[in-house]
Design a protein around this ligand. Structure first.
Ligand code: HEM
Length: 159
C-alpha cells in the first residue's frame, strides 16, 4: 500500500549511507538520554558521545541497528518472518539492561524510555536527511513500522 511505498522510497537513498545516518540517529539518542551510553560496556573506552560514536565498537553497533532497519524495510510485506529474530534481539537487550541495573523493574523502564527516545531519534534522523520530503504521512508510515519492530522486541524482553 501507500505507506510501504513511502518507507521504501525514503530508505532507497538513506540505506545507501547507513553509517552516517546511524550516527545522526545515535548522536540524537545520546543527547536525549546521555545515560544510555553507559549501557554499552565498551563506553568506558571513550569519553563523550561524539568520541564514542567514532570508536569501532560503537560504529559496529550503529551498523547492526541500521541493518535491522534495512531488514524491516525489505520485509514490509512479511514482517512476521522477522518475529523470531526480533524476539531474540529484544531478549539480548534485556540482558544488557539487567546487567547494568541489577533490577528488572528499572531495566524495563530503561527499555521503555529507550524505545521512546529511539522513536524520536529515528524521526530526527529522517527529518534531517529527507528535508522537505519528510511529510506527515511519511512520518506516520515510519512510526507504524517502528512500533511493530519495537513491540516484537519488547515481547522478547517480557519472556
Ligand atoms: C547488540 C546495546 C539499541 C540492534 C547490542 C549490544 C549492546 C547493545 C550492549 C551487545 C554488544 C554489541 O553488539 O555492540 C543497545 C542499546 C541500545 C540498543 C543500549 C539503545 C540505546 C538497538 C536497536 C537495535 C539494536 C534499536 C535494532 C533495531 C542490535 C543488534 C545487536 C545488538 C542487531 C547484535 C546482537 C547479536 O549479537 O546477535 N546492543 N542496543 N540495538 N544490538 Fe543493540
Amino acid at each position: 500500500e501507500k505507506e510501504k511505498g513511502l518507507i521504501r522510497d525514503s530508505w532507497e537513498s538513506l540505506g545507501k549511507n547507513k553509517v552516517p545516518h546511524g550516527i545522526v540517529l545515535f548522536t540524537r539518542l545520546f543527547e536525549l538520554d546521555p545515560a544510555l551510553l553507559t549501557l554499552f560496556s565498551y563506553s568506558t573506552n571513550c569519553g563523550v558521545a561524539p568520541e564514542c560514536l567514532s570508536s569501532p565498537e560503537f560504529l559496529e553497533h550503529v551498523t547492526k541497528v541500521m541493518l535491522v532497519i534495512d531488514a524491516a524495510v525489505s520485509h514490509l510485506d512479511d514482517l512476521h518472518t522477522l518475529e523470531d529474530f526480533l524476539l531474540n534481539l529484544g531478549r539480548k537487550h534485556q540482558a544488557v539492561g539487567v546487567k547494568t541495573h541489577h533490577n528488572t523493574q528499572t531495566s524495563k523502564m530503561t527499555m521503555r524510555l529507550t524505545m521512546i527516545f529511539g522513536e524520536k531519534s529515528l524521526l530526527y534522523m529522517l527529518q534531517s536527511s529527507l528535508g522537505p520530503a519528510y511529510t506527515t504521512p511519511l512520518r506516520q508510515a515510519w512510526l507504524n513500522m517502528y512500533s511493530i519492530v519495537v513491540s516484537a522486541m519488547t515481547r522478547g524482553w517480557a519472556k
